[in-house]
Design a protein around this ligand. Structure first.
Ligand code: PLP
Length: 274
């Protein structure tokens, strides 16, 4: 498959067309986006992504035409060959044009599905009060900190980062939520009022598992029954090491979580807990 670019209200343009104005607010991070996995020509959980896209738009004070975005998303992925996986991205700068791109899943992301080693990095924030201008629940395109954290993790020889707040509690990874299993419960860090994006993959898993919100310190993950990074394109990647310490891994649970996360499995087998 080839990379493709579409402009809302226009249609397909060449992949690297100069679609943004030189002064587009998106170039200053003033915009929002969604990243959706596609299995062949089918976007996985597109409606959950569009729900969050609309919430992001509301936080930015802009209107989005859901029907138009839905139509363009389907048009964009219509030619993805069955059996291929693709990354569909919807992007809207606050004062820019709507963009939809589709491209193959990067090889590095596929590799990460088998397991990742993470290092702890400070996010420097702690619980924030009711402050809608901080856009904590929006998927904003201000990803400079997320990208820098991932680069720093790589520089330290790890696959990814676990971001912790000022109290040393885990928030999330730069592009994924954390899920772990301990004492028979499935857990994830609270997101309300924190710099934790409410993930669509986590929501899909939680719908079948009954996930509870709990605080955890990175060093405690080695004592759990397992931990996973959840995101649309990676699915459920088992966390195998945190700051060099081994985290238990249950391949059967990973298989089930991955199936739900990647949209190849609809239900949890009985006995998965919850
Ligand atoms: N947290 C952050 C910061 C992210 O960027 C992402 C996805 O890119 C996620 C969590 C997981 O969200 P989702 O499962 O909707 O892909």
């Amino acid at each position: 498959m080839r990379n493709r670019t579409f402009v809302l209200g226009v249609g397909e343009v060449v992949w690297d067309a100069p679609v943004a104005a030189a002064d587009d607010s998106g170039l200053r991070g003033d915009g929002f986006f969604e990243t959706v996995l596609c299995r062949g020509p089918e976007p996985v959980r597109l409606s959950a992504h569009l729900d969050r896209f609309e919430r992001s738009a509301a936080a930015f004070g802009v209107d989005v035409d859901r029907a138009a975005w839905t139509g363009l998303a389907h048009e964009a992925v219509g030619a993805v060959p069955a059996g291929d996986e693709a990354v569909l991205r919807l992007t809207l700068a606050r004062d820019g044009v709507g963009l939809v791109t589709v491209r193959p899943v990067p090889a590095g992301v596929r590799a990460g599905r088998d397991g990742v080693g993470v290092v702890t990095l400070a996010r420097g924030t702690t619980t924030v009060p009711d402050a809608p201008w901080l856009l904590t629940a929006a998927k904003t395109s201000s990803y400079a900190v997320n990208s820098a954290a991932a680069r720093e993790a790589h520089r330290r020889g790890a696959d990814d980062a676990l971001l912790v707040d000022a109290d040393g509690l885990v928030l999330e990874a730069p592009t994924a939520n954390l899920l772990w299993r301990a004492g028979g419960a499935w857990c994830t860090p609270p997101h309300a009022g924190r710099t934790v994006l409410p993930g669509t993959t986590l929501a899909a898993v939680a719908a079948g598992l009954g996930v509870v919100e709990a605080d955890v310190r990175p060093g405690e993950l080695a004592g759990t029954d397992g931990a996973w990074l959840l995101s649309s394109v990676r699915g459920a990647a088992p966390v195998l090491r945190v700051d060099g310490a081994r985290v238990p891994h249950d391949a059967r649970l990973t298989e089930v979580l991955r199936g739900i996360a990647l949209g190849t499995r609809r239900e949890f087998p009985s006995g998965s807990g919850g």
